[in-house]
Design a protein around this ligand. Structure first.
Ligand code: GLU
Length: 438
């Protein structure tokens, strides 16, 4: 499997060419050198009490990539494939992502090597608290602000922020009051439950931001997209928080979602699937397989199962990878049929695949733009906590749309100016912002 950090560095190199201009060349070159390694890597080993009474040691990371634009920001992932290079890549992409949407935040990321699906609820809580005990000294509202990522959610963020609060108060003279809890404690982690200091709209934010980016991009592409029928068809790899919400939002907004999948495989309903009913069915059965749902009814005759590999190659207008890295590679890229790839996962397309898709005329809307809605509303949550405010969901979504629309405009202008792909254009905008402040 290709190394995500090497892929990230290839992307940087492609954009760097456009930034190394004029007599500033050397200076810029040196700054870019600094963006090839994280500022700090924290590696932790921590004990977790298991239900059978035994203690297991887990390995975790927090990579603080770059803080030029503000505190490190980025999620925490629980996955068996987590590795230092993966977390480094993800933290680098967070730096770029925050800069693309012009947030005053840097890039960071965390991960624990674990398969959370085999843990009980109590073990998951112990793991979350244990990881926090490993990293709490290195985070804080103005230092590094974690959030959810793959296999982590608001409930896990609540355990972590609670553990942080305990550790912080036990180990310092800080007395928590109604007034300082927001800015001192709650602003340390975003993606919390709404009743525990989270923001309205954060859970669906990544999906919502993705939809805004897609709509804005389609508007720029104008009528270049050829449609067989009135509705654009969509296949989505991944049915977690991001995949589910973008499926739901797109199908509510005039798109026809024909396929979704989770780590074990997917379902294909050619006439368009009912996202809500599919989710209900998956919850009931524990698996997606057999959940072929249309208009509130699930029936085996409505569709068929597809592997993740098959899903990526379906004849659809829009393909949305919303799972893990390295899904679109040089092997399968030649067979991708979609006209637009909206990267809701981080790093789903390898650099070689990117070239192939570009040559085929497929528009790739890059992760650092497409999925930036999540961190944007995380930023709103952080601002609300710091000011002890609570914003209405309508205000959150309106502000989110403004941020995403502006980012699409800027990236589009960069693409036209430099005659490059949207990914390179987004890198030019983002890295340009970082360099300007270095
Ligand atoms: N994990 C999300 C991402 O990859 C959100 C990060 C955040 O909200 O800080 O963008």
């Amino acid at each position: 499997m290709s190394n995500p950090f090497n892929n990230a560095m290839e992307q940087l190199a492609k954009a760097a060419r456009y930034l190394e201009v004029g007599n500033e060349r050397l200076e810029v070159g040196k700054k870019i050198e600094l963006l090839k390694q994280p500022e700090r890597i924290i590696q932790v080993y921590f004990p977790v009490k298991m239900d059978n009474g035994q203690v297991k040691i887990f390995e975790g990371y927090r990579v603080q990539f770059n803080s030029t634009l503000g505190p490190y920001k980025g999620g925490i992932r629980f996955h068996p494939q987590v590795s230092m290079d993966e977390v480094k890549a993800l933290s680098f992409w967070m730096m770029v992502k925050c800069a693309v949407v012009d947030l005053p935040l840097g890039g960071g990321k965390g991960g624990v090597v674990v398969d959370p699906k085999v843990l009980s609820e109590k073990e998951l809580e112990n793991l979350s608290r244990g990881y926090m005990r490993g990293i709490w000294r290195d985070i804080g509202p103005l230092v590094d602000v974690p959030a959810p990522d793959v296999n982590t959610n608001p409930k896990i963020m609540a355990w972590m922020v609670d553990e942080y609060k305990k550790l912080k108060t036990q180990n310092s003279k800080l007395k928590i009051t109604k007034k300082n809890e927001g800015p001192e404690i709650l602003a340390t982690i975003t993606g919390k439950p709404v009743d525990k200091g989270g923001s309205q709209g954060r859970t669906e934010a990544t999906g919502m931001g993705g939809m805004y980016v897609l709509l804005a991009t389609l508007a720029k592409l104008n009528s270049k997209l050829k449609t067989q029928n009135s509705k654009l068809t969509v296949a989505i790899e991944g049915f977690g928080n991001v995949g589910y919400f973008i499926a739901k939002l797109l199908s509510e907004n005039g798109f026809k979602v024909v396929a979704v999948s989770d780590s074990r495989g997917g379902v294909y309903v050619k006439e368009g699937l009912d996202v809500e009913a599919t989710m209900e069915c998956k919850k009931k059965k524990g698996v997606l397989g057999g959940c072929y749902c249309r208009g509130g009814v699930c029936d085996l005759s409505y569709g068929k199962t597809v592997t993740n590999k098959e899903l990526l190659e379906l004849p659809v207008d829009i393909l949305i990878p919303a799972a893990l890295e390295n899904q679109i590679t040089k092997e399968n890229a030649p067979r991708i049929k979609a006209q637009v790839v909206l990267e809701m996962a981080n790093g789903p397309t390898t650099p070689e695949a990117d070239e192939i898709l570009h040559k085929k005329g497929i528009v790739v809307v890059p992760d650092i733009l497409a999925n930036a809605g999540g961190v944007t509303v995380s930023y709103f949550e952080w601002v609300q906590n710091r000011r002890n405010e609570r914003w209405e969901v309508g205000d959150v979504n309106k502000k989110l749309k403004q941020v995403m629309d502006k980012a699409v405009d800027e990236v589009w202008r960069s693409k036209e100016k430099h005659k490059v792909t949207l990914r390179v254009a987004a890198f030019i905008v983002a890295i340009g912002r970082v360099l300007a402040k270095m």
